[in-house]
Unconditional design. Structure first.
Length: 92
């Protein structure tokens, strides 16, 4: 991970792909990442997170992360997605 050091990555085995896939990572932010925020040199910041976009991309066979996030995503795909939606269900 280029943002943290030391770092730890979490992998899970995906039986359909037949390989281990990264599910998350964690670590201590490197000082050069914190400098632009004006934090003192002796401050340490822990970072962690799950990369839920990876399993989502595998499940829905999305090849490029740009098709899942960002300003170039297809709104039609998002609106017709089988992912859970709450907009109309709250009114019933």
């Amino acid at each position: 991970n280029p943002y943290t050091e030391p770092s730890m990555e979490i992998f899970g085995y995906h039986p359909d792909l037949g390989k281990w896939t990264e599910l998350g990572n964690s670590g201590m932010f490197r000082p050069e990442m914190l400098r632009p925020m004006g934090l003192p040199e002796d401050v340490r910041v822990i970072a962690w997170g799950l990369s839920l976009e990876r399993p989502t991309m595998i499940k829905y066979r999305i090849k490029k992360i740009k098709e899942l996030f960002g300003h170039k995503i297809s709104l039609e795909t998002t609106q017709n997605s089988p992912l859970p939606r709450l907009d109309n269900r709250l009114n019933h």
